[in-house]
Design a binder for this molecule. Structure first.
Ligand code: RIB
Length: 296
């Protein structure tokens, strides 16, 4: 089987549970504060590992990153390319309201210390048909994507957080573009799911688009296929990492050779389990839990 490399962020998430997301000029008291391991990169690697696949995580932690290393180890993720520096590990300040929705402020920290030389040295260990997973929370992502394309790796790209450079860069060469509706609108100017997909496929006919729609499910489309899958109805506790769980299970299932509808189904079930638990890494289900839900 081809190798999977996730070159991505590692964050310490500080989560404030609030009645509502704070408004400009407002001061409110938090009902609870918790620290979790997170970062889109880490969450996606954990989802792949819990789906039963081997995954290498490349990223950088700082002197306070012990809990992140522990989370990677506990999930059985291969840490051959985990780097350390004297800096401060990336972190996220998350406001979570009583309906489970959130808003996130990121501090890049050591995620933003990744150099092009480090990217070259790590990608040397991978070849064509290996899979690269990337988000936009580390430094030099444009370089990483180009280098992976040169190595003919398959690329799953989650353009989050969205930035100007992504809108002005060709996404040709990406294998799976995994986006939500807001990112879709940023990329295409349309807020209508069908139009987002048709505009992207018109511009980049060879990519596969996976558009997640929250409680309205997900659409997968490439130049010959179009699949829609609904979302499970669950009680929402915390939406943090739901998208990351979806991505990890979708890419993992596809890498196992499962067909697209099955991969969408498993990924949607996994994401629905993730929203029913608090935290990022701590909310990501195992394959056994997904299979249990599948039976019901
Ligand atoms: O997608 C959720 C993640 O976004 C959080 O874990 C936080 O660290 C931010 O990166």
């Amino acid at each position: 089987m081809n190798k999977i490399l996730n070159f991505g962020s590692l964050n310490i998430d500080i989560v404030y549970s609030l009645d509502h997301i704070v408004r400009p000029g407002e001061t409110i008291s938090s009902e609870e504060i918790n620290t979790f391991c997170g970062g889109k990169g880490l969450n996606q690697s954990v989802a792949i590992a819990r789906s039963g696949l081997e995954v290498y995580h490349a990223g950088k932690i700082g002197r306070d990153g012990g809990i992140i290393r522990q989370a990677l180890d506990e999930a059985g993720i291969k840490c051959d390319f985990l780097m350390e520096s004297e800096g401060r590990t990336g972190n996220a300040l998350i406001q979570k309201d009583k309906s489970g929705q959130n808003s996130i402020i990121l501090f890049g920290g050591t995620n933003k210390e990744i150099t092009t030389l480090e990217i070259d040295n790590i990608l040397e260990q991978f070849t064509g048909n290996d899979i690269l997973i990337a988000q936009n929370e580390i430094s030099n992502v444009p370089y990483l994507l180009k280098a992976a394309q040169k190595s003919r790796m398959k690329i799953a790209f989650n353009p989050s957080p969205m930035e100007e450079w992504i809108k002005n860069t060709s996404l040709e060469g990406i294998t799976w573009l995994i986006i939500n509706e807001i990112e879709g609108e940023d990329l295409t100017g349309s807020s209508k799911p069908e139009e987002i997909i048709s505009r992207l496929l018109k511009k980049y006919p060879d990519i596969s688009v996976v558009l997640t729609l929250g409680k309205n499910g997900v659409i997968y489309a490439d130049k010959t296929n179009w699949f829609k899958h609904g979302a499970n109805e669950v009680e929402v506790v915390d939406t943090t990492a739901a998208g990351d769980t979806f991505l990890g299970y979708f890419v993992g299932s596809t890498a196992k050779g499962l067909d697209i509808p099955t991969s969408l189904k498993l990924a949607s079930l996994a994401a629905s389990l993730a929203v029913s638990k608090a935290g990022a890494v701590s909310s990501i289900p195992t394959m056994e839990m997904v299979n249990e839900l599948l039976k019901t």
